[in-house]
Every structure is written in structure tokens, then in C-alpha cells.
Design a protein around this ligand. Structure first.
Ligand SMILES: [Zn+2]
Length: 397
């Protein structure tokens, strides 16, 4: 009997030491709010100034979204990460390629694109958010153009350019990646640029940007601080923050990880977008269902990243895949709700009882489902037998 008590005591101590070793991520996931309903938001980047065929794509996406409704009657929501300018190719070519000139989204040739965006907003299917004045740092692009003919050609193209065609590292707005590894921009330059783009956004949409998503997910504290001064309340993240482009050109210098609902130093709410759905890359409709089910078990919203290029390269096929995915998600989760990131972030911050779970059992089950994502924890929990009592949390008796 004494031996048994000793053995049980030893196991208990072992479990306690594992829980203590992982206390920080375990507590963070306990404090993270648990959502009451499945939530699905399609997050789509790169829209705005650029190829004129966007107008048709946006109009047809809007029509698809309006056909798909949750049980409250609300249509599916797609965020539009908006870009406010592209290069003015002919003017840059005339300098020749020594001065940067921009073609603004306010230019009359973009009238059909702006109209399509506004119609989708009025129909409650589009939620615009700030992606950037440009999908690059203009000075970095001009510097790179001096010894990269492909960048020079891209800058001087007479047609409104597609930023997807730029080398990936040059698509980051908030670093100077004209040489690698990238160099940080001065806080003053960031501050000035963020204020300018907030004014441009306000002129277009009638309000300051409230949600921002950095191009290529490279940004830093200085950007968040500048965004805060421009009225940005919510930052869309992939769950971590890269602050540079490394020597190979990849996003690097990761200095922070974030869970949904956590706050930035400047006070914004972070949301996490971590399901990738690019139909032209072969992602099937089921991907939306799988992503939604996993995040619903975790008590989280499913934010799905997709890009404009799907709808420019293969509009019919991408629309069909998107519609099939949304319908399959509704079939799998009939209680699914469509809301905007801004509404979601405010519900989280206000602990809105319509959206945030307060019951102990569902909170425990969601917490348990979140633990598998903590590096090494799952394996150690299995090895020590701690997984058994934790599994009971997911299926309370
Ligand atoms: Zn982008």
C-alpha cells in the first residue's frame, strides 16, 4: 500500500513538474477567450490599385458571398486587404527610372474596381482593411531597380502592375530589402508613411483604417505604434511576427508570437490567420471544413488566407472552389457565424457574452484542444501519462 502511494505520489509530482515547465503557454491558452460559435472569415489580400480585371473578379466574388448565409441570415464575409497605389510606369520611365511616381487607387481608370469594392461593402460581404499604401517600400524598389532589370521593367510597365510579380522580399513594405538581409526603416519614415496611407485610406473609405495586415507579414513595434496613431485597432497576424528579410530573402528575425485576442504594445488586438486556402495551388474545398472544425474545437475563429491571384488567374475555378468550401463549412457546422475581424476583436476585448463562452466544461475542452500546438508538450504529456487526465478534459464524464 505504501509502495502504491509512493508511486502515485511520484507520478503526481512528475505531472506537476511538467505543468510547471510549460506554465506560461498553458496559462496563456487558458486565458485566451473561448468562442461560443464556429466562426469563419475569408481574408483576401492584395486588392485595389492594380490590374483592371479585378473589377469583374470582385463583382463575381460578391455575388457568390451574398448567396451563402449563416443561420442568422448574414452573408459570408471576405476581408479585402487593400493596396492604395501601384507604380505609374510611363512617368517613372520618363525620368528614366530615377524618380518614383505612383498611380493612386483614386485614378479614374480604377473607377470600376472602387465601385465593385463599394458595392460589396454595401452588401455586407466585403470588409476592407489596410494592406498598405503600396505593396513595397518605394525607395527600396527604386534602389533594387538600379541593378535588377526585371524590377526596372516591372516599375516602368505601362499597365497597372501586379505586385505578385515582384521578387517576394521586395513585396515587404516595412523593411528596406533592396539588399539582403534587409535593413530596418527609421521610425520617423514609418510614422510618416503610416500617417500618409491612413489619410489616403480615409479619403477612399470614409473612415480611418481599423484593421491592418502587413504585406508579407513583416512588420515591427514601430509600425504598430504608427498604426495605433492612425486608428488601427486590430492587427491580423499569422501567430508570430517577422521583422526582417533574412540573407536568403525569407521573412525572419521573428521577435514575437501571439494568440488570438492578445494585445500589442501599442494596444491593438491581435487576431491569428493560419488556414491557407489558395485554390489555384490545388487546395480543395475540404480545407475550409478541416480548418474550421479544428479551430472550433479550440474555441477559436477560423481566419482563412487567400489571395487575389487565385481570382485573377482562374476566376471560374477559384469561385467554384470557394463556394463549395463555404457551403461544405456550413453543412459541417450549421451554427457557423460570419462576422468581420473588427467585430470579432471587439467581442473578444469586451468579453461579449453573445460570443464568448463562460461555462467551465466547454472552456476546459477548448483549452485541452489548444495544448497540442505547444511544441514538445504533446509528446511529453504522452510519455509521462499526463495525456490521460488531460484527455478527460476534452470529454468530461
Ligand atoms: Zn499581400
Amino acid at each position: 500500500m505504501t509502495m502504491l502511494a509512493l508511486a502515485l505520489g511520484a507520478i503526481f509530482l512528475l505531472w506537476m513538474s511538467v505543468l510547471l515547465a510549460f506554465a506560461r503557454p498553458l496559462i496563456a491558452r487558458w486565458r485566451e477567450p473561448v468562442l461560443r460559435h464556429p466562426i469563419l472569415i475569408i481574408e483576401s489580400d492584395d486588392w485595389g490599385a492594380g490590374p483592371l480585371q479585378q473589377a469583374e473578379a470582385l463583382t463575381r466574388i460578391s455575388a457568390v458571398l451574398q448567396r451563402i448565409r449563416d443561420r442568422s441570415g448574414r452573408p459570408a464575409v471576405m476581408t479585402l486587404g487593400v493596396i492604395l497605389e501601384v507604380p505609374d510606369g510611363p512617368r517613372i520611365a520618363a525620368t528614366p527610372c530615377t524618380e518614383y511616381h505612383a498611380l493612386s487607387l483614386t485614378d479614374p481608370r480604377f473607377d470600376p474596381i472602387r465601385a465593385a469594392i463599394q458595392e460589396g461593402i454595401a452588401a455586407n460581404v466585403f470588409a476592407p482593411q489596410l494592406h498598405g499604401q503600396s505593396h513595397y517600400w518605394p525607395h527600396a524598389l527604386m534602389t533594387a531597380a538600379m541593378n535588377t532589370p526585371a524590377v526596372r521593367d516591372w516599375l516602368t510597365n505601362p499597365e497597372p502592375a501586379a505586385t505578385e510579380d515582384l521578387p517576394s522580399h521586395l513585396q515587404s513594405r516595412w523593411v528596406d530589402a533592396s539588399s539582403l538581409p534587409s535593413h530596418a526603416l527609421s521610425p520617423d519614415a514609418i510614422q510618416h508613411a503610416a500617417a500618409t496611407e491612413a489619410r489616403a485610406y480615409q479619403a477612399l473609405f470614409g473612415s480611418n483604417p481599423q484593421v491592418a495586415v502587413a504585406t508579407t507579414f513583416v512588420w515591427n513595434d514601430a509600425v504598430e505604434s504608427a498604426w495605433a496613431q492612425s486608428g488601427v485597432e486590430v492587427i491580423i497576424t499569422p501567430g508570430r511576427r517577422a521583422t526582417c528579410r533574412d540573407a536568403a530573402g525569407h521573412p525572419g528575425c521573428i521577435d514575437a508570437a501571439m494568440l488570438p485576442g492578445e494585445r500589442s504594445l501599442a494596444g491593438q488586438t491581435y487576431l491569428v490567420r493560419d488556414v491557407y486556402f489558395e485554390p489555384t495551388l490545388g487546395h480543395p474545398p475540404q480545407r475550409l471544413v478541416d480548418g474550421l472544425l479544428t479551430r472550433t474545437r479550440q474555441g477559436r475563429a477560423c481566419l482563412v488566407e487567400t489571395h487575389r491571384f487565385n481570382f485573377l488567374q482562374a476566376l471560374d475555378a477559384s469561385l467554384a472552389t470557394l463556394e463549395a468550401g463555404l457551403n461544405a463549412a456550413l453543412a459541417a457546422c450549421p451554427d457557423l457565424r460570419f462576422i468581420t475581424p473588427l467585430e470579432l476583436a471587439r467581442a473578444i476585448q469586451n468579453r461579449d457574452p453573445n460570443w464568448i463562452e463562460t461555462g467551465l466544461k466547454p472552456r476546459l475542452a477548448a483549452w485541452r484542444a489548444r495544448l497540442d500546438e505547444i511544441p514538445r508538450f504533446r509528446r511529453i504529456a504522452q510519455l509521462t501519462g499526463l495525456g490521460l487526465p488531460l484527455a478527460l478534459l476534452a470529454h468530461p464524464v
